[in-house]
Design a protein around this ligand. Structure first.
Ligand SMILES: [Zn+2]
Length: 294
């Protein structure tokens, strides 16, 4: 049965999705009106912007957009991903095809990344723990998961996937710098490219003064800023894989005694180990993996 047209106040939470429109991203300006009802049960409302005549669904911009699944199923799929249920298990629980699960992961991962980029900004964090973990993908693929966690709160500042190279490490560190309010303290394992990657991102150009007028001019090089503190915590393991010794090494800066880190002082105990069968390792999935380890 066709529903009656809701009152105009209902549309104050919508805004025009057309980037070229003057009312784009401006909800509550009275330019959104009812257009029609769509869907099998005529339960999805189509709206229209009076400024640019653009028509759009009330689901635009949500996980339900262009989805034929019931809302309850989408909610269940999301919960399964949140708690790290395997793909086959998710398909069974939600009574959907495995391909549907993979398609959903793709959409949800993109949306989670966009939301993270928009929301996680100017974070006040004193220290960041950076690590990379080996991950298996289907079929017989190997990928590295690079993560940056805020010390103390375990908030996942950024997660990246790619080869274990200095470029990936620099991209991860750049994301951390972009999301934090001030230059945080960095803790990593003993992987050497982190030092160069950190200089690549936050280093300042230093040119040594030339002595006399003979010889070549000294080349400029990147050095760590005075405010940077970077330390490495290296675990030495025996053949059985047990930690037998822990080395701590300050690479840049001096220990800042004004910082307080409850129970995480110079410790790195969180590495994310994902053995996901999925090619779509979304932020949520990595987050779940982190919490399981903690
Ligand atoms: Zn418009």
């Amino acid at each position: 049965m066709t529903q009656t047209t809701p009152v105009q106040e209902r549309y104050t939470r919508f805004s025009c999705p057309n980037p070229q429109c003057a009312r784009f991203n401006h909800p509550g300006e009275g330019n959104i009106v009812h257009r029609s009802w769509t869907g099998t049960h005529q339960h999805i409302e189509r709206l229209r912007c009076t400024a640019c005549d653009r028509e759009f669904s009330e689901r635009e911009g949500t996980l339900m957009a262009r989805s034929k699944l019931p809302e309850a199923t989408v909610e269940q799929l999301l919960k399964c991903q949140r708690w790290g249920v395997c793909d086959e298990g998710t398909a069974d629980i939600c009574a959907v095809d495995l391909k549907t699960v993979h398609r959903f992961q793709h959409v949800a991962a993109q949306r989670a990344e966009t939301h993270h980029c928009q929301s996680v900004q100017h974070v006040e964090v004193q220290g960041v723990q950076v690590d990379e973990a080996h991950s298996k993908l289907r079929p017989k693929q190997v990928e590295w998961v690079h993560t940056a966690l805020a010390m103390g709160s375990w908030f996942l500042l950024w997660v990246d996937f790619g080869p274990r190279t200095q470029g990936t490490a620099a991209a991860l560190l750049a994301q951390v710098i972009a999301r934090t309010q001030q230059l945080p303290l960095f803790l990593t394992d003993g992987w050497k490219p982190y030092t160069a990657a950190l200089l690549q991102v936050v280093g300042v150009v230093y040119r040594r003064r030339r002595r006399g007028k003979v010889g070549r001019k000294p080349k400029p090089r990147l050095v760590a800023p005075h405010t940077l503190f970077y330390a490495q915590v290296v675990k030495v393991r025996n053949t059985a894989g047990h930690v037998v010794e822990v080395h701590r090494r300050v690479v840049f800066g001096k220990p800042r005694h004004d910082l307080r880190y409850p129970s995480v002082h110079f410790s790195r105990s969180y590495p994310v180990r994902t053995n996901s069968n999925s090619t779509n390792c979304c932020v949520e999935k990595a987050l779940c993996a982190c919490r399981r380890r903690v």
